[in-house]
Design a protein around this ligand. Structure first.
Ligand SMILES: NC(=O)c1ccc[n+]([C@@H]2O[C@H](COP(=O)([O-])OP(=O)(O)OC[C@H]3O[C@@H](n4cnc5c(N)ncnc54)[C@H](OP(=O)(O)O)[C@@H]3O)[C@@H](O)[C@H]2O)c1
Length: 236
């Protein structure tokens, strides 16, 4: 069975990925910045017969990324899942991030977690991915970061951090093509996690079931593309 590493596995979409791929029998390195607080993840790991290992990883801490990459040196990782992400003050303060109201310090934090950290994780784990069968780097994006489909403003920090992530997904696909390493960006839908809120129409199990179909349908020669969880291809 393949091996995956997923960031932000404590709750929401990351946790559901661990649940569904774990049920399929994948070997999973599930990362959480506070494993002690991630009780649902701990329960999944405890019942996995050793297939799921929980690691401490705050993706905003470069030394933790480097330490985990070193700890897992020599371990092939078929699918590297950059899932951890933040919406910024849009949640905590109910500020939509509109023109004229931007908190620039918060924007830098959002950019650090949503854009820089995924690249740092990709750089740290490229050898692990290149040594695997699937050689896939997966990035949890959003259609809110697509310039082509943009039809409203607000959420400037979040949108721009994911638009920049999308560019990286494309650039990494070009730079790593010679090593056979592929990239895939996915919009999970508007999902009823803490980030998506209870108003969201898609549940985490529905979203991840769709994402698993997208991953399974992604050909071994495909790279640098952007799909929605239901299989629709999205423009950058
Ligand atoms: N929900 C949606 O509608 C939606 C739509 C489009 C895209 N997305 C994307 O999907 C991904 C997952 O979102 P979600 O809906 O599952 O959100 P969520 O329920 O708020 O979960 C966010 C996850 O990211 C982790 N995280 C945040 N900062 C971190 C850091 N510095 N280091 C490590 N982990 C960190 C959280 O860990 P803690 O528990 O430690 O805070 C949590 O596990 C994000 O990239 C998000 O942008 C979501």
């Amino acid at each position: 069975m393949p091996t995956m590493l997923v960031t932000g596995a404590s709750r929401g979409l990351g946790l559901e990925m661990v649940r569904q791929y774990g049920a399929e029998g994948w070997r999973i390195h599930a990362c959480a910045r506070s494993p002690d607080a991630a009780t649902e993840l701990a329960a999944l790991a405890a019942g996995s017969g050793g297939a799921i290992t929980v690691h401490t990883l705050d993706v905003g801490k470069p030394e933790q990324i480097a330490a985990l990459a070193a700890e897992l040196a020599g371990t092939p990782i078929d699918m590297l899942v950059n899932n951890a992400g933040v919406l910024g003050h849009a949640i905590e303060r109910q500020e939509p991030g509109a023109f004229g109201t931007i908190d620039y310090d918060n924007w830098m934090q959002v950019h650090a977690i949503n854009t820089m950290a995924p690249l740092m994780v990709a750089e740290a784990f490229v050898d692990h991915v290149a040594a695997s069968e699937m050689k896939l780097m997966f990035f949890m994006s959003t259609r809110m970061g697509s310039i082509t489909v943009l039809d409203e403003g607000n959420f400037y920090p979040y949108r721009s951090s994911k638009a920049a992530l999308n560019l990286l997904v494309k650039a990494i696909s070009i730079d790593l093509a010679a090593r056979g390493v592929r990239t895939l960006a996915v919009h999970p839908g508007w999902v009823s996690t803490d980030m998506g809120s209870a108003a969201a129409p898609v549940t985490p199990p529905e979203s991840i079931a769709g994402i698993r179909r997208v991953v399974a349908a992604y050909g071994a020669d495909e790279t640098g593309r952007f799909f929605q969880y239901d299989g629709e291809e999205l423009p950058w």
